[in-house]
Write a protein that binds this ligand. Sequence first.
Ligand SMILES: *Cc1c(COP(=O)(O)O)cnc(C)c1O
Length: 375
Amino acid sequence: MIPYSTQLIDEDDIQAITEVLRSSHLTQGPVVEAFEQSLCDYTGSKYAVTFNSATSALMGAYAIAGIGQDDEIITTPISFVATSNMAIALGAKPVFCDVKLDGNIDERLIERLITSKTKAIVPVHFGGKPVALEKIKEISKKHRLLVIEDASHALGSEINGKKIGSLSDMTIFSFHAIKPITTGEGGAVLTDNAEYAEKLRRFRSHGIVKKKFWNSDMVEMGYNYRLTDISAALGLSQMKKLDHFIKQRNEIAAYYDERFKGHKLFQTIPIPQNERSARHLYPITLIPGLHCPKEDVFAALHEKGIGVQVHYKPIHLNSFYIEKYGKQSLSVAEDFYRSELSLPCQQKMTIEDAVYVADNFLEILEEYRIKGCSF
Ligand SMILES: *Cc1c(COP(=O)(O)O)cnc(C)c1O
């Protein structure tokens, strides 16, 4: 199977982990700090606070921003559920804004969703393609809101030569196995705000402040959301390869772009000249005539060893959300869900793999365009 995304682990990664295992600190040691520093160096952000997942990092960012009971955040339904779940976990309500044809939040629709309860705008760089961050920052400034980016797909993505990670109040990355780099499980919040960084460090470690010798003080609620040095060693080693991974993924994507140009049965999502995508995903959107047979297309591709996936079931369509907030309708997001397929695009693939994917994909689409649905 050629998965839609996967990790690439080599001997240096294994060596780096082994070194930590032989050292005195498996956690709360120097490698976590070194990994955090490498994230700062790479993105140009002042502070990086690692967490044991992007989910806990999102919770930390929302919590220290003061997002709580009865507050609202404006976010996108085309994301993994963690983006909005963590706001709910703190007693806040996620307000979903519809998306554009590229799967990113539609910045033109944000302002009308702002209420006196809104605290933050939380965009997601879908697949690694940057959102309209300048416009979103303008809106947030006007209404005194925070911008907290869920950049789980976008470590290495750029807008006008500037890396995602240093461009808003807080930026969250995920280091889950299949994300742009991995620590197994892991995440981070990046910020230029010293006070936020300090609060985030407290939040991930029981709300405790160290005093003289054995004395410490628990000043506020906190958790154990720390990343281990074992995981951080993998992250630090992976950071050395990040640009190479992105280059590989972009070569696969460039092949697809060229091969699929002007295709009549689906659209690709081009990346503008002034942006770089980390290419966590290579999404395409099928024409309406192929929405119905999408399950068959999916199954036929898996049959051929091509591990396509669909990103995402819009969050508001999950039963938990329907029970809590009632049935909402966001037509572009729902259409996106009906039409989207993520084709394999990862650093382990060769161009021959991409040719295999493209050949089979085009052949199968043609077949089901004629056949229609099997159900
Ligand atoms: C993967 C992902 C998360 C959650 O990341 P974890 O590290 O698995 O907790 C959150 N948001 C988005 C957009 C993601 O893709």
